[in-house]
Design a protein around this ligand. Structure first.
Ligand SMILES: [Mg+2]
Length: 253
């Protein structure tokens, strides 16, 4: 392994729920001992950089704030670049709201040029109706991530992508998604830190988000069999990851 920027997914890669995955934590420590400070990229839009930093800290990983990218943060950076008047309509929780404000954007209830949608677990019909009007009146629909569902105990519950597609269907538009598998997240991180694609590797458990994100961006990828997509399924895909491992301890040499 010869990379300068290791970009780790979080859930299913570094931890499961609130429990750290030992092999991943050991691998992170090994990289840090070599002077390589990893990056963390999550599609979760409800948590701030500070919250994620604290979660990692509780599992024994110290991570600089500027190495942590949630889909909220990446979306805020993306929207700040594309917005002319810095005003946005928002559906979502504190994670996306804080990120937008920190990028100098103004959250308004009046019609704006962009509607940003992150997961909102207090979703109501009224919020969906309002959002669909903003988009029908011309707001560009930007979703933090397109995840249709996410695991909850022993089944799945609706993810942000389900709501974004609902609005897109009503308004008859195609949404922009910033989170994985869009390459935008890796692009934003590479721009911020001055990395070239050939210096980067995306590490994750989910083929459809993490691995495709790396492939779409054009960097190397490592699939780890500790989460969503079993290795057997990964091996059936047309585009394969650069490496497949059972757990990250296999990478320690
Ligand atoms: Mg994952």
């Amino acid at each position: 392994m010869h990379y300068k920027a290791y970009c780790f997914d979080l859930d299913g890669t570094i931890y499961r729920g609130k429990a750290g995955i030992d092999s991943a934590i050991q691998f992170v420590h090994q990289l840090q001992a070599q002077g390589i400070e990893p990056f963390y990229l999550t599609n979760n839009s409800s948590k701030t950089r500070e919250t994620i930093q604290q979660m990692l800290h509780d599992m024994g990983i110290t991570a600089p704030l500027e190495h942590i990218y949630s889909s909220s943060l990446a979306t805020a950076k993306y929207v700040a670049k594309m917005s002319k008047d810095k005003r946005v309509n928002v559906v979502g929780e504190q994670g996306i709201r804080t990120a937008l404000l920190q990028e100098g954007l103004i959250i308004t209830e009046e019609q704006a040029d962009i509607l940003v949608m992150g997961i909102d677990r207090q979703m109501t019909y009224e919020k969906l109706a309002k959002a669909s009007v903003y988009v029908q009146n011309g707001a560009v629909l930007v979703g933090t991530n397109g995840d249709i569902k996410f695991p909850n105990e022993d089944s799945f519950v609706p993810g942000n992508g389900s709501f974004v597609h609902l609005i897109a269907n009503v308004a008859g538009v195609t949404p922009i998604f910033v989170g994985k598998p869009s390459p935008l997240m890796l692009q934003i991180m590479a721009d911020d830190h001055g990395f070239d694609k050939c210096q980067m590797v995306m590490v994750g458990d989910n083929y459809d988000t993490d691995i495709l994100c790396g492939i779409n961006f054009g960097c190397d990828t490592i699939h780890v069999n500790t989460g969503v997509t079993p290795t057997a399924i990964v091996k059936q895909q047309a585009q394969l990851p650069t490496y497949c491992v059972e757990n990250l301890l296999e990478l320690i040499k």
